[in-house]
Write a protein that binds this ligand. Structure first.
Ligand SMILES: Cc1cc2nc3c(=O)[nH]c(=O)nc-3n(C[C@H](O)[C@H](O)[C@H](O)COP(=O)(O)OP(=O)(O)OC[C@H]3O[C@@H](n4cnc5c(N)ncnc54)[C@H](O)[C@@H]3O)c2cc1C
Length: 337
């Protein structure tokens, strides 16, 4: 049986999460109906039974029923509208640097925003700086290089944060005391009805590792940057990436910090280290020896390995400190009981 078949068989019980509770939807039939509906909405390539390990920097994770890559906002909005109208579960991923799809998979369609959805344009200069608009799938790395080439400053703190600008806004990615939310002037979103709206940056309730909104897809982001010099920007980027290399296990597959830092109190990594958990391994998932808040893939870790390791870390840290660590990584799909 191929992956699609396995997926369809294993997930027949999940049909209600996607199509509703109509008892007629079962296994292979469910998949066939999904295929028909998706093909009615999308003429481009679809990856059926797509292993999400390929789309996650953890290099682990179960399959999605289908994955496709919209190339523009109109396509994105049309797909969202179509999936909503047909009761199909869907989600958006960018660089996959903060997701873990459960072993059982995701019973729906993943909309991957990547290189095809990544245009960058400069809008204007004024006394407050420069406005740059970038489509959601653009990687922070490419945007950073583009800014360096144009001598636009402000994004240096995000050097070496993997992922897309869309994911960075949703996660309010940050480092070294800065967060992306502080640069956001406007976000163009697609809502769950497939309608477009422009949200002013100051109306978005950014908080620690979240933009505070739900159910909206980031299609494009306008950032306010400053004018700098190539030399200063380059120096700052080099310095920050060196600090990362020194403190983080960048040679191993990970999702960066696996847990959020508790709001008041020691950082998650310190709590995990103090609990003596560095090096703890479940299957091929391990608490990094270099940075305790990184759970790393030692080779062929499964999503279950990561989830079991996550739970042990949460329980042991809680037993010692009464603090329950919340994952920063977004866990997708149904966990095995
Ligand atoms: C080595 C390493 C280092 C890291 N260092 C940092 C760090 O210093 N600081 C930090 O904050 N993070 C860090 N991260 C985590 C991660 O890179 C960021 O959270 C990143 O911004 C996520 O972007 P992404 O495109 O990969 O999102 P994904 O992992 O693809 O998605 C994350 C979440 O955002 C949603 N999403 C993605 N794109 C969209 C969109 N266009 N519209 C709506 N929802 C969307 C997804 O559904 C999911 O819920 C690190 C990760 C790694 C692997």
């Amino acid at each position: 049986m191929n992956l699609t078949g396995i997926w369809a068989a294993e997930n027949s019980r999940k049909r209600s999460a996607v199509i509703g509770s109509g008892g007629a939807w079962e296994g292979a039939q469910w998949m066939a109906d999904l295929r028909r509906t998706v093909q009615g909405l999308w003429g481009g390539e679809v990856l059926w039974g797509c292993p999400m390990a390929r789309y996650s920097t953890l290099r682990a994770g179960g399959p999605a029923a289908a994955l496709l890559e919209p190339r523009c906002t109109t396509e994105l909005a049309g797909l969202v509208r179509g999936f909503q109208a047909n009761g199909i579960d869907w989600l958006v991923v960018g660089g996959g640097s903060n997701i873990l799809v459960c072993e059982q998979g995701f019973a729906g369609v993943v909309l991957h925003l990547g290189r095809q959805f990544a245009a960058i344009s400069k809008l204007s200069n004024d006394e407050h700086g420069v406005l740059v608009t970038v489509e959601a799938g653009c990687s922070l790395a490419r945007l950073g290089n583009w800014c360096l080439g144009h001598e636009f400053t402000g994004l240096e703190f995000a050097t070496s944060i993997p992922g897309s600008i869309g994911g960075a806004v949703v996660m309010n990615a940050g480092a070294w005391g800065r967060e992306i939310g502080s640069l956001v002037q406007q976000v163009t979103v697609v809502d769950t009805n497939g309608n477009l709206a422009d949200l002013a940056g100051e109306t978005i309730p950014f908080r620690y590792r979240s933009w505070g909104l739900h159910g909206q897809v980031v299609a494009a982001v306008t950032l306010r940057l400053g004018q700098g010099t190539r030399q200063e920007i380059e120096e700052s980027c080099h310095q920050l990436s060196r600090r990362r290399r020194e403190s983080q296990p960048l040679a191993k597959a990970s999702a960066g910090s696996f847990f959020k830092n508790p709001l008041n109190g020691p950082a998650a990594g310190k709590l995990i280290e103090d609990a003596g958990l560095k090096g703890l391994q479940v299957g091929e998932a391990m608490v990094s020896l270099k940075h305790a808040n990184f759970l790393v893939n030692m080779g062929h870790a499964s999503a279950d390995d990561f989830l079991r390791l996550m739970k042990i870390v949460q329980e042991k840290v809680f037993a010692m400190t009464q603090i329950w660590l919340e994952p920063e990584v977004r866990i997708i799909g149904e966990r095995r009981k």
